[in-house]
Design a protein around this ligand. Structure first.
Ligand code: GAR
Length: 267
């Protein structure tokens, strides 16, 4: 059996997924242990869950950093190794024809917050970073400093919808309002886009006439608490294999995408 992996988590809210992951680590469902929990706000209730279990935690106050940078956009606050041009070239959160000043300001403020995150995380070496209800987009500045090998992604996220449908901040609400007859959740690796990275696992549930946004959230969260630990367990067992696939359509267009293959367990 491989040695237990070290898991770091980032959260913004209640932390019920964090709790499910912690439980799975404790009961042997995941061959791993949580080494830190970081949050983008001190209001994240999940921080208490970490503290109760004696797991180191920290807060990087994104709202304050972004607000302060808007008031005083002095480039001297940027991390020394920040290359705005290269980040904007790589990013895929904004369309290429977006207002360049807005895009530059967005990534600059993120990089200030992200460099603080990176320096806080440096105290706790980790193998896998899980986003467990972390409501911030990560920029290439951060992603490239964690994913040093492009074919070995190590940032995972859980999203409350069946991606690629309903990316964004309100997956269950968007699913309900669209009138879907199925809802679900997705675990995926992070890439430069918003909820666009290679899919690891998905679970779905039926939506009936009597469902409300609240009941959909309830059904979805119950599936998340099972799916996320399962995907992390596959990672810990070295069973997730990213593969770059190339497909050619009938009209000759070439489509490339990294997909995740799941290896059979060792006999
Ligand atoms: C979960 O539903 C998760 O899928 C969602 O936030 C909730 C966090 O709940 N994540 C996102 O929307 C990410 N874009 P929790 O704090 O109780 O785990």
């Amino acid at each position: 059996m491989p040695s237990p992996i070290r898991i770091g988590a980032l959260i913004s809210g209640t932390g019920t997924n964090l709790e499910a992951i912690l439980n799975a680590c404790e009961t042997g469902g995941i061959n791993g242990r949580m080494v830190f929990v970081g949050a983008d706000t001190s209001k994240a209730r999940g921080l208490e869950k970490a503290e109760k279990r004696g797991i180191p935690s920290f807060v990087v106050d994104y709202s304050k950093i972004i607000r302060d940078f808007k008031k005083n956009p002095d480039p001297r606050q940027l991390p020394e190794d920040y290359d705005g041009g290269a980040i904007i070239e790589r990013q895929s959160l904004f369309p290429k024809d977006s207002d360049p000043e807005k895009v530059a300001a967005y990534f600059a403020a993120r990089a200030i917050a992200e460099s603080e995150l990176i320096s806080r995380m440096a105290d706790y070496p980790f193998d896998l970073l899980v986003l467990a209800g972390f409501m911030r987009n990560l920029s290439p500045y951060f992603i490239d400093r964690v994913n040093t090998d492009p074919m070995r992604p190590r940032i995972m996220n859980i999203h409350p919808a069946l991606l690629p449908a309903f990316a964004g901040t309100d997956g269950y609400g968007d699913t309900f309002r669209y009138g879907c007859k199925l809802g679900g959740c997705t675990v995926h690796f992070i890439d430069y886009g918003a909820d666009t990275g290679p899919i690891i696992g998905q679970r779905a549930f039926p939506i009936t006439e009597t469902d409300t946004i609240e009941s959909i959230k309830e059904k979805g969260l119950a599936l998340e608490w099972a799916l996320y630990p399962e995907c992390i367990a596959l990672y810990a067992d070295n069973r997730l294999i990213p593969v770059k696939m190339t497909y050619t359509s009938k009209n000759g267009d070439i489509y490339q995408r990294t997909v995740v293959k799941i290896a059979q367990p060792d006999a």
